[in-house]
Design a protein around this ligand. Structure first.
Ligand code: MN
Length: 270
């Protein structure tokens, strides 16, 4: 009786061992295949700066070729505050257009290729006069919108967290005072532009605003977070009520990513 049970057990054990051995081999082969694929593609990267922080510094597929980053959530994910049609047109048409125009403008200038979009905007003085306005508008549009998608999420805690929460309290008194100051900057921007929380070179934080697709990077500042106040960002849902859109926007902020950008801002000025 016991010996039969023992034999049954041993047979089962051998079957299980074979089965898991087989699964392990498959997993090992898959792992090796993926590893070699990744190491092959990373050696093709030409931009040394963004290899370690691709979410913060925007990568280029090849020198001189900027790419439209995919939305990190579904088009309808922020629907309660920003409708999916706005998100679709804004990302797929407006942002895609900036990327296309930027690539066309810098194509004849090998010296500019291989720079990150942040470097390009920081040193606009180095950009040839004939494409300077195009790079300011479309390069700014690319950087601003890449930041914009990344700092939003359907899973916002609603309040700042971590280091940025402390920095906001220290600089502006409290979160409500900061929001009011930021929203006022957005409301007072005549025409199209952005409201910003930026870091200055001396490490202080400041609420600012730029017109059109102006980037704080071109003003010697690092953009920690910004809201798009162009009508294309809100008109379908909010019509002329820019203030309602500015109020609603705080419900979709990804404070983890804002904290990442605060860290990047510090290293930007080192
Ligand atoms: Mn926009």
């Amino acid at each position: 009786m016991y010996s039969k049970l023992l034999i049954d057990f041993q047979t089962k054990f051998m079957q299980i061992k074979k089965f898991y051995g087989f699964i392990f081999s498959i997993a090992l082969v898959a792992f090796l295949a993926i590893s070699s694929f990744n190491s092959g593609s990373s050696t093709a990267s030409t931009n040394p700066i963004d290899s370690s922080s691709s979410s913060r510094l925007i990568t280029q597929a090849s020198p001189g070729e900027f790419t439209l980053p995919p939305l990190p959530y579904a088009y309808d994910a922020l629907d309660a505050y920003i409708d999916s049609q706005t998100m679709t047109l804004h990302h797929d048409k407006h942002h895609a257009g900036y990327v296309k125009n930027l690539n066309e403008a810098i194509a004849p200038y090998p010296d500019l290729q291989g720079l990150s979009i942040e470097e390009l905007l920081r040193d606009l003085d180095n950009v040839p006069e004939e494409i300077s306005a195009t790079v300011r508008n479309n390069g700014g549009g690319h950087a601003n919108h890449s930041m914009f998608w990344s700092i939003m999420t359907p899973d916002s805690p609603g309040q700042p967290t971590g280091e940025i929460a402390e920095a906001i309290n220290t600089t502006f008194g409290d979160f409500e005072s900061f929001k009011e100051k930021f929203n006022t900057a957005g409301k007072k921007r005549f025409g199209s532009g952005w409201a910003w929380l930026v870091m200055n070179e001396d490490g202080t934080l400041e609420v600012t605003s730029t017109g059109n697709q102006g980037s704080p990077l071109s003003e010697g500042q690092y953009p920690i977070m910004g809201n798009d106040v162009w009508e294309h960002a809100y008109y379908l849902k909010y019509q002329n009520n820019r203030g309602d859109y500015l109020d609603a926007w705080w419900n979709v902020i990804n404070w983890d990513e804002v904290n990442n950008r605060l860290t990047t801002a510090k290293s930007w000025f080192e």
